[in-house]
Ligand binder design. Sequence first.
Ligand SMILES: Cc1cc2nc3c(=O)[nH]c(=O)nc-3n(C[C@H](O)[C@H](O)[C@H](O)COP(=O)(O)O)c2cc1C
Length: 408
Amino acid sequence: MSKAIDPALFRETLGHYPTGVAVVTAVPEDGQPIGMVVGTFSSVSLDPPLIAFLPATSSRRFARIRTARAFCVNVLASDQEPLCRRLATGGAGSLEGVRWRPGVLGSPILEEAQSWIECTFDDIREAGDHFIVLGLVHELAVARSTLPLLFFQGGYGRFSPGSFVATPDPDLIQAAQMAETIRSQVEDLSAELSVNCGVLVKIRWDSVQVLAANQGSIAEPFPLGHRQPIIPPLGAAFLVNSTPAEVDEWLRRAPDDSPDGRDLYRAKLDRVREWGYSILAAGPDLLQRQQAALTAFELSDRLPRHERAVRQATSDLADRFCPDLVPGELYDLASIVVPVPTKSDLPPMAIRMTSLPPSLPVEQIESWALRLKRVAANAGAALSGSRESSAPGAKPSQTGHRKGETRL
Ligand SMILES: Cc1cc2nc3c(=O)[nH]c(=O)nc-3n(C[C@H](O)[C@H](O)[C@H](O)COP(=O)(O)O)c2cc1C
């Protein structure tokens, strides 16, 4: 026997090899269609046409799949992570609620899968704690020529081509142009209050800083262009006008996707909707762990395991996010964030104040939030092309509210 290998080292080392993600589907003897997520799918032979996948010998799902007459390997596309998570965890692999049609041998072909391969069982060999299942290919097709879903170090991602030319991100360019329309207002606010002010835009599930006015006395930890993954409770300001499906996706990004966790984050989001702003009541010492995790994440090329650390450190801040504000108490704030009321065809934007002085009374927080709301409302009006809104570069009124300034 070979020398004993540390299981953790085995998993860690083999986890550095990326895989695609496929769902093996079948209609077993019991007649209940089933799906099992596998990362071990591989092409084996062209003549005869063979493929393989490796289910654990302990797998209850495979015990049912092997009773079917045939099976189908459905290769998932990069936008099918939610389906993958659902199938990999709950419901013993039931395909209830999943859209599929039967292949020629009756196996479920999942709608939206990138490609599918329908097979009969050629051989099932035992190999340690797994089986090697060889499938003889009968029918196959590329259904959607799109990017596949990838799995690496316990996290999901997608392929990005190596290239000498950086791919321009159209959303980012548009967002930077949008932010320009309120540059002078953001700069004025930063100078007047001696705090840092930045414009953030939601690009997919990142919050990207596209404008920075750093007149605050405390140094800003993250530079212009900094991207931070949106993980509950953070990012709530981007979700105030989102659909329930988007909110659901946000909730799934939390490390604790339990009903209690969901209720907590939903309550935080409701509070941001009610207040029209969010605060993170954490001083520098409390933020340190999350910022260190973020830095490691950036430096490591955003590797999944560092993303997990960011997720944990971010959700650990949950009770500091929009806590009850008690008059008479003083608060150390990391940030105040106000959503910009943009049209639905534009990416969600927010304006953020950071480098705030310590020990702020509630009235001070509310009054600064109000100042931010005015700039955000002006920005929203400017972005909607309203005539009344300030043209790029116009300053907010110092003496009172202009119509359209307090729409949030
Ligand atoms: C990305 C990913 C890849 C997986 N790959 C395999 C695999 O190759 N073999 C396997 O037995 N289980 C794999 N699993 C686990 C199964 O999908 C499933 O969770 C497991 O079969 C559940 O246990 P059960 O079959 O006893 O119900 C994978 C899970 C994920 C999320």
